[in-house]
Design a protein around this ligand. Structure first.
Ligand SMILES: [Zn+2]
Length: 102
């Protein structure tokens, strides 16, 4: 819906493309490239970044870049949740794709 609002000119691009610089850095350095073009700028492929939140993790979550790291966190048996965010390093569009319990 947000994407449509931008296409229709009801929302400005800079109102939706406001990803935190840290998220963009993570997307660029450790993000997983997808086959999906950015719906806003259509100039770059979206990248996925996973943050894990829960007991004994930093309040801003831990950025997880490998499946191994995710398995290790999962093996702790703690109540953790993974937030998968898609981000565009070109225009800074970002969107919470899914939340998964570990
Ligand atoms: Zn973009």
């Amino acid at each position: 819906m947000l994407v449509n609002q931008v296409r229709l000119g009801r929302l400005r691009r800079d109102e939706v493309c406001d990803a935190h610089p840290e998220l963009i850095r993570a997307a660029r350095n450790v993000g997983t490239e997808t086959e999906t073009d950015c719906p806003i700028c259509e100039e770059s492929r979206l990248r996925l970044v996973t943050y894990v939140f829960g007991h004994r993790l930093p309040a801003h979550g831990r950025c997880v870049s490998t499946a191994r790291e995710l398995r290790q966190l999962s093996a702790t048996g703690r109540d953790l949740r993974a937030y998968v965010v898609e981000a565009c390093t070109e225009c800074r569009w970002h969107h919470l794709l899914r939340v998964l319990p570990l």
